[in-house]
Design a protein around this ligand. Structure first.
Ligand code: FMN
Ligand code: ATP
Length: 312
């Protein structure tokens, strides 16, 4: 997949384009990707057009965490068969483009758009004034095909990234996962921790340090599924700051992978959180922490067996 960023200079031809942030890659987004892939099979290049920061941040100076960081998004888009991911700089000039100019000067002229796929409430251009009616008019005038997808509803509500962010922040991981194509995941290299896991607690853990803008569920212990190279494993992960352990505190995700004995320092793993087990706690001794961690691991083993047919 080609990733275009930090530049306004690009030129593509014959593309089918989707517009939006696509944070979380939820089941509504998937309806859009399905259309893109159908057109890809007809010979078009599948392109996702996004901005380098959510417009909300820039306009209101509001800090917002994301379900998926750019690296994670790139991986997931490529996996879905997208050919081009454009993260257009959200400059002042760009944000003042009229909806018509955005379609003509950017989508048609630079992205080479022949087909556009949008949700029925899409907004774009200056103050998000562009809408489906305008696109319908322009598609006739400028000869491109417009596909409008009605917003997907699940469990009585429209599926959106905002809804998923709320659920994750409240620790409702299973509910959030039901709205996404794949369970919520943290992708990153395995870094060195305090080396206490294997030696002191008899449970080696793979430590990841998520980027600061990555949204995480509340500190706690979660049953997880791990993808490493082409293999899938199950495990138990702690999201948090390890209050029992002295020293510098930073947010981390650390995972004990069931029945796994490889050295994976500096290797990239994907940890999917499947189910909340308990909140992170401060223990009086390392023995009680270790005992609880072993109990957590057995819980994960039972969960993986029951829900996914896992056998060691
Ligand atoms: C399943 C699991 C549960 C954990 N629960 C807690 C906890 O409740 N409180 C805590 O302080 N640390 C918890 N931890 C983190 C441990 O303190 C950590 O794994 C240990 O200190 C080893 O860290 P290291 O890899 O940096 O050496 C948990 C870790 C795992 C894998
Ligand atoms: N539930 C849905 N069903 C169908 N299409 C959707 C759905 N949600 C979003 N889309 C479409 O997917 C594209 C990308 O959406 P985008 O990620 O910008 O919005 P979102 O998921 O609604 O997120 P947010 O909550 O941040 O507004 C847009 O065309 C949007 O209309």
């Amino acid at each position: 997949m080609e990733y275009i960023h930090n530049t306004e200079q690009f030129q593509f031809h014959n593309t089918v384009v989707a517009l939006g942030k696509f944070d979380g890659m939820h089941k509504g987004h998937q309806l859009i990707f399905d259309e893109l892939i159908q057109y890809k099979q007809l010979g078009y290049q599948a392109a996702v057009f996004s901005f380098d920061r959510p417009p909300l941040n820039m306009l209101k100076h509001k800090h917002m965490r994301v379900i998926y960081t750019t690296n994670e998004k790139i991986k997931l888009l490529a996996r879905r068969g997208i050919d081009i991911y454009i993260e257009h700089p959200f400059t002042d000039e760009f944000s003042h483009l009229s909806p018509e100019d955005f379609v003509i000067k950017v989508l048609l002229e630079k992205t080479g758009m022949k087909v556009l796929v949008v949700g029925d409430d899409c907004g774009f251009g200056y103050k998000r004034k562009g809408n489906v009616e305008l696109l319908e008019r322009m598609s006739k005038e400028y000869d491109f095909k417009l596909i409008v997808i009605p917003k997907l509803e699940l469990e009585g509500e429209i599926v959106s990234s905002t809804r998923i962010r709320h659920l994750l922040s409240e620790g409702k991981v299973e509910e959030a996962n039901r709205l996404m194509e794949d369970p919520f995941m943290i992708c990153g290299s395995v870094v060195h921790g305090n080396h206490m896991g294997a030696e002191v607690l008899q449970m080696p853990t793979a430590n990841q340090i998520p980027l600061e803008d990555k949204l995480l569920p509340p500190n706690g212990v979660y049953v997880s599924r791990i993808h490493y190279k082409d293999e899938t494993y199950y495990g138990i992960s702690n999201v948090g700051v390890k209050p029992t352990i002295e020293g510098k505190k930073h947010m981390g995700v650390e995972t004990y992978i069931l029945d796994f004995h490889k050295n994976i320092y500096h290797k990239e793993i994907e940890v999917e959180l499947l189910c909340f087990k308990r909140p992170e706690m401060k223990f009086d001794s390392l023995e009680s922490l270790s005992q609880q961690m072993h109990e957590d691991a057995e819980f994960a083993r039972r969960y993986a067996k029951e829900h996914y047919g896992y056998e060691a």
